[in-house]
Write a protein of this length. Structure first.
Lengths: 223, 223, 47
C-alpha cells in the first residue's frame, strides 16, 4: 500500500509540473485536434464515409497524441538527471513505474476529455455513452502500461523520437484493433453485451502488460 | 565439431526436402503447382516463431543471470528469426497472389507475422541506438520479452476482427500421406538448419565481443 | 501448369535468401577471425 502512496506522489509531482508550465497538455491537444481536422479533409466531405471511419480516426489520433504525451514524461527527467534523484530516493523501482504510469494515464485522460468533444463536433458523432467511456478507459490503461516502459527505454537511446513509435505501435496493435471495432459496434447501435470479447482482449492486454512492465521496469532505469 | 555435424545433417535434409517438394510429392488438385510453396511456408513460419520464443527465453535468461552468452543467443536467434519471418511473409504474399489475386490479405496468421516482423525490427533498432554493450543487451532483452508476450494477443485480436469477414483458409484440410511426409521432412530439415545457424550465430557474437575487448586492450596499451 | 512462375519465384527467393545468409555469415566469421589474429599479434608485440 505504501508503494502505491509513493507512486501517487510521483504522479502528483508530474501533475504539478504540468499545471505550472502547461506545456504538454496544450501542445498535445492542439496536435490531436489538427490530426482530426486533417482526417476530416480526407473523409469529411462524404458523410457516409466519415461515419464509417470515425472510430478508426479517433483511435489513431489517440495513438499519435499518446506517443507525444508519453515521450515527454521522461524527457524532463532525463534532461535534469532527475532519474538519478528518483533512484536514490527511498522508493522502489516498481513504485517509480507505477507513479509514472498513473501520471501518464491521467495525462491521457485529460487530453481525451478535451479532444473527444471536439471530435464529436467535427464528425457529428456522439461519443458520450457509458460503453464508449469504458472502452476508452481500458484502452488508455493499455497505452499507458507499455507506453511508460517504452518511453523510459526510448529516452535512454540516441534516437528517442524514432524508438518510441517503433516500439509502441506494433505492441499496441491488439488494443487499437479491439478499441476501434468495439467503438464501431457501439456507434452502430450495439450494446455492452456485443463487445464483451473486445473488452476481454483489452482487459487481458492491460493486466498482462501492467504486470510485465512493472516487473521489467527496474531493468530499464538501472545504473 | 558438433557444428559440422549439424551442418551436414541440415544440408542433407534440406537437399532431401528439395527433391521431395519438387519431384516426389504429387500436385494438389485444387491449387495446382503453387501449392508446393506450402511445404516451405509452414516450416518458415514455425521457425520464425520458434526463434522468437528462443529470444524470449534467452532474454529472461540474460536479465536473471547477466551472462553475455544469453545475450549472444538472443541476438543470434533474433537475426535468424528476422530472416525466416521475412521469407515467410514473402512466400505468403506470393501464395496470396496466386490463390486470391491479391498480394496481401488480412489473414490472422499473415497479419500476426507482419506485426512480429515489426517487433523483430524494433529489437534491432533499439539495440542499434544504444551505445553501451550492457545496456544494449538489457534493452534488447526487455523488447524480446514484451514483444513475445504481445504475439498471442495480436493473433487473438486479428482473428476476432477477421471473423466478421469471409474466412480465408490457407491450408486445405486433408493431407495425403506423401504430402504429410514431405511437410515433415521440410519441418525437420529447417529445425536442424535453425539450430545450426543459431550455434554459428551465437559463437560469432561471442567472437565479436572478443574483438571489442581486444581492441580496448590494444588501445589501453598503446594510447 | 498455371502459376508455375509464382512457385518458381518463391523457390528462388527462399533458396537465394538462405544461401545468401549462410554465405554472409561465413564472410563475417572470416573477417572476425582475421581481426582476432591481428589484434592478438598487436597485443603480444606491445605487451
Amino acid at each position: 500500500m505504501r508503494e502505491i502512496a509513493k507512486a501517487c506522489v510521483i504522479a502528483a509531482k508530474d501533475m504539478l509540473t504540468e499545471i505550472r508550465t502547461r506545456e504538454v497538455i496544450s501542445s498535445v491537444v492542439v496536435f490531436a485536434v489538427l490530426v482530426i481536422v486533417i482526417f476530416n479533409f480526407a473523409f469529411g466531405s462524404n458523410q457516409q464515409a466519415a461515419g464509417l471511419v470515425a472510430p478508426g480516426i479517433i483511435w489513431v489520433t489517440f495513438a499519435f497524441a499518446g506517443i507525444l504525451s508519453l515521450n515527454r514524461s521522461f524527457v524532463l527527467e532525463k534532461e535534469e538527471d532527475c532519474i538519478e534523484g528518483l533512484m536514490v530516493a527511498p522508493i522502489s523501482r516498481e513504485a517509480i513505474y507505477l507513479g509514472k504510469f498513473f501520471g501518464n494515464l491521467l495525462f491521457i485522460f485529460l487530453i481525451q476529455a478535451i479532444v473527444i468533444p471536439v471530435f464529436s463536433l467535427l464528425f457529428n458523432v456522439g461519443f458520450f455513452n457509458i460503453e464508449l467511456v469504458l472502452i476508452t478507459i481500458l484502452a488508455s490503461v493499455g497505452f499507458a502500461s507499455v507506453g511508460t516502459l517504452f518511453a523510459a527505454m526510448a529516452v535512454s537511446t540516441r534516437a528517442r523520437e524514432l524508438v518510441l513509435p517503433i516500439l509502441f505501435f506494433p505492441v499496441i496493435t491488439p488494443v487499437i484493433i479491439a478499441a476501434v471495432n468495439a467503438s464501431a459496434v457501439i456507434l452502430g447501435g450495439g450494446v455492452l453485451s456485443d463487445i464483451t470479447q473486445w473488452l476481454g482482449i483489452i482487459g487481458a492486454f492491460d493486466i498482462i502488460f501492467i504486470v510485465a512492465s512493472y516487473l521489467v521496469f527496474c531493468f530499464i532505469i538501472e545504473e | 565439431m558438433k557444428r559440422k555435424v549439424l551442418f551436414f545433417i541440415s544440408s542433407g535434409l534440406l537437399l532431401a526436402s528439395f527433391y521431395m517438394v519438387l519431384v516426389f510429392v504429387p500436385t494438389e488438385k485444387d491449387m495446382g503447382i503453387v501449392q508446393r510453396i506450402f511445404y516451405y511456408h509452414v516450416p518458415l513460419a514455425w521457425i520464425a516463431f520458434l526463434a522468437f520464443f528462443v529470444v524470449f527465453f534467452a532474454s529472461i535468461g540474460y536479465l536473471i543471470k547477466r551472462k553475455p552468452l544469453w545475450d549472444h543467443i538472443a541476438c543470434a536467434s533474433a537475426e535468424i528469426g528476422l530472416v525466416f519471418i521475412s521469407l515467410m511473409l514473402l512466400t505468403g504474399m506470393i501464395w496470396a497472389k496466386a490463390a486470391w489475386g491479391a498480394w496481401w490479405i488480412w489473414e490472422p496468421r499473415l497479419t500476426t507475422s507482419l506485426v512480429l516482423w515489426f517487433i523483430y525490427v524494433a529489437y534491432f533498432i533499439v539495440r542499434a541506438y544504444v551505445i553501451e554493450e550492457e545496456r544494449k543487451a538489457r534493452f534488447g532483452a526487455v523488447v524480446g520479452i514484451i514483444g513475445f508476450l504481445n504475439v498471442p494477443l495480436v493473433f487473438l485480436s486479428v482473428t476476432l476482427w477477421r471473423t466478421q469477414h469471409p474466412p480465408l483458409t490457407i491450408f486445405t484440410e486433408g493431407l495425403v500421406g506423401s504430402m504429410m511426409a514431405t511437410l515433415m521432412v521440410c519441418l525437420v530439415a529447417f529445425n536442424f538448419f535453425y539450430f545450426y545457424l543459431l550455434a554459428e550465430g551465437t559463437l560469432m557474437k561471442a567472437d565479436e565481443r572478443t574483438v571489442k575487448q581486444l581492441k580496448e586492450e590494444s588501445i589501453r596499451r598503446n594510447p | 501448369m498455371e502459376n508455375a512462375g509464382y512457385m518458381l519465384s518463391a523457390f528462388i527467393i527462399i533458396w537465394a535468401a538462405l544461401l545468401g545468409y549462410v554465405f554472409m555469415l561465413s564472410r563475417r566469421q572470416a573477417k572476425i577471425h582475421r581481426d582476432i589474429e591481428l589484434l592478438k599479434e598487436n597485443i603480444s608485440q606491445q605487451g
